[in-house]
Design a protein around this ligand. Structure first.
Ligand code: NAP
Length: 317
C-alpha cells in the first residue's frame, strides 16, 4: 500500500461502488471500506430488499443482493481494493486524512463518504420472521411486487415519507391504512392533502402498531389506540415502515457539517462537504430521493469532483 492513498471510499452501496468504478477508471487506485456495523451488512440497503424493478438496465428486475454483487464485481474489475472492515475512526482535521479500520490505518489525500442511511424499524415481535414476507421499509422499492397487489396495506408514520408512500401504494393496493401515533400529521401540507383526498387511504389516528401477524406472510397487524388502550387486529397483506431514517454519520460528528437530522451537508450542485477533499454521495447526504439510481448518480458526481480536486492540486499521480 502507498504511504498516502489518493482516494479512500467509505461505504459500499450503489453510491460507493459507482464512485469506485469511476475513480478506478481514472487511475486513482481507490481503496474501499465495506463495513458491517452502520448499514447492517456490506452493500447497503439493497442487501435487505428483494426484487428491484426500478433500476434501469434490468428489464426483468433483479434481486437487491444480486444487483450489489454486479456493482462489486465491476469495482473489482478495475482493481478497487476492497476491505471488509468497519471504519472506526477518521481524522479529517489533518492532511493527509487518516482512516482507521478494525484492521488497519490508511492515509488518504481525498475521501469519498457513502455510508448511507438506515431506515428506522419498530422491532416488533414478529418482525424478524416476516421481514421481506410482506414487510418493507421502502414502498417505492417494493410496493409494486406481486405480493402486495390488490391487498389492504398498512403504512406506519406521519411524515412526508408516510404520505408519499401511502399515496404511491394506492396504485397497487385495494386499500391503504395510514397508522399514525398522534392526531396530526407531521408531513407538509401538500402531501397531507394528497392523502386526505385519496379515497383509497384511511388514516388511523392515535394508534401504534404493536405486532405484525402471519404464518408465512403478513396477514394482519395488531393495533393499539393510545387514547383508550384498546387493541385490535387489522387484516392486511403488507406492512410498510415510514418512520424516518438515520444517516450513518456518527463517525464524522464534529468534523463535517451536518444538518439537524445528521445528514452531511454538500455544497449545492456538487458533492463537496465542509472539508476540502472530502466528498459525500448517496443517502448519507440525500433525504429526498433515496433511490439506488440517484445514489449511483451522486457516486459518479463524487468521483468526478474528487478527480478534479486531486488534479488541481497535483495529487493524482
Ligand atoms: P420524519 O419527518 O422524521 O417523520 C417520521 C414519522 O414517523 C413522524 O410522523 C413520526 O411521528 C413517526 N415515527 C417516528 N418514530 C416512530 C415510532 N417509533 N413509532 C411510530 N411512529 C414513529 O421522516 P420522513 O417522513 O422520512 O421524512 C424525513 C425528511 O425527508 C423530512 O425532512 C421530509 O420532509 C423529507 N422528505 C421529503 C420528501 C419529498 O420532498 N418528496 C419525501 C420524503 C421525505 P411524530 O410525527 O409523532 O414524530
Amino acid at each position: 500500500m502507498a504511504d498516502v492513498e489518493r482516494v479512500v471510499i467509505i461505504g459500499s452501496g450503489p453510491a460507493g461502488h459507482t464512485a469506485a468504478i469511476y475513480t478506478a477508471r481514472a487511475n486513482l487506485a481507490p481503496i474501499m471500506f465495506e463495513g458491517f456495523s452502520a448499514g447492517g451488512i456490506p452493500g447497503g440497503q439493497l442487501m435487505t430488499t428483494t426484487e428491484v424493478e426500478n433500476y434501469p438496465g434490468f428489464p426483468d428486475g433483479i434481486q437487491g443482493p444480486e444487483l450489489m454483487e454486479t456493482f462489486r464485481k465491476q469495482s473489482l474489475r478495475f482493481d478497487t481494493r476492497i476491505f471488509t472492515e468497519d471504519v472506526t475512526k477518521v481524522d479529517l482535521n489533518t492532511k493527509p486524512f487518516t482512516v482507521v479500520s478494525s484492521e488497519r490505518t490508511v492515509k488518504a489525500s481525498a475521501l469519498i463518504i457513502s455510508t448511507g442511511a438506515t431506515a428506522k424499524r419498530l422491532n416488533l415481535p414478529g418482525e424478524q420472521r416476516l421481514w421481506n414476507k410482506g414487510m418493507s421499509a421502502c414502498a417505492v422499492c417494493d410496493g409494486a411486487l406481486p405480493i402486495f397487489r390488490n391487498k389492504a396495506l398498512v403504512v406506519v408514520g406521519g411524515g412526508d415519507s408516510a404520505c408519499e408512500e401511502s399515496t404511491f401504494l394506492t396504485k397497487f393496493a385495494s386499500k391503504v391504512y395510514l397508522v399514525h401515533r398522534r392526531d396530526q400529521l407531521r408531513a407538509s401540507k401538500i402531501m397531507q392533502e394528497r392523502v386526505f383526498k385519496n379515497p383509497k387511504i384511511e388514516v388511523i389516528w392515535n394508534t401504534v402498531v404493536e405486532d405484525v401477524l402471519g404464518n408465512d406472510v403478513v396477514s394482519a397487524v395488531r393495533l393499539k389506540d393510545v387514547k383508550t388502550n384498546a387493541t385490535r387486529d387489522l387484516p392486511c397483506g403488507g406492512l410498510f415502515y415510514a418512520i424516518g431514517f438515520t444517516p450513518n454519520t456518527d463517525l464524522f460528528k464534529g468534523q463535517l457539517q451536518m444538518d439537524g437530522l445528521g445528514y452531511l451537508i454538500t455544497k449545492p450542485d456538487s458533492t463537496l462537504t465542509s472539508v476540502p477533499g472530502v466528498f459525500a454521495c448517496g443517502d448519507v447526504q440525500d433525504k429526498k430521493y433515496r433511490q439506488a439510481v440517484t445514489a449511483a448518480g451522486s457516486g459518479c458526481m463524487a468521483a468526478l469532483d474528487c478527480e478534479r480536486w486531486l488534479l488541481d492540486r497535483g495529487l493524482s499521480d
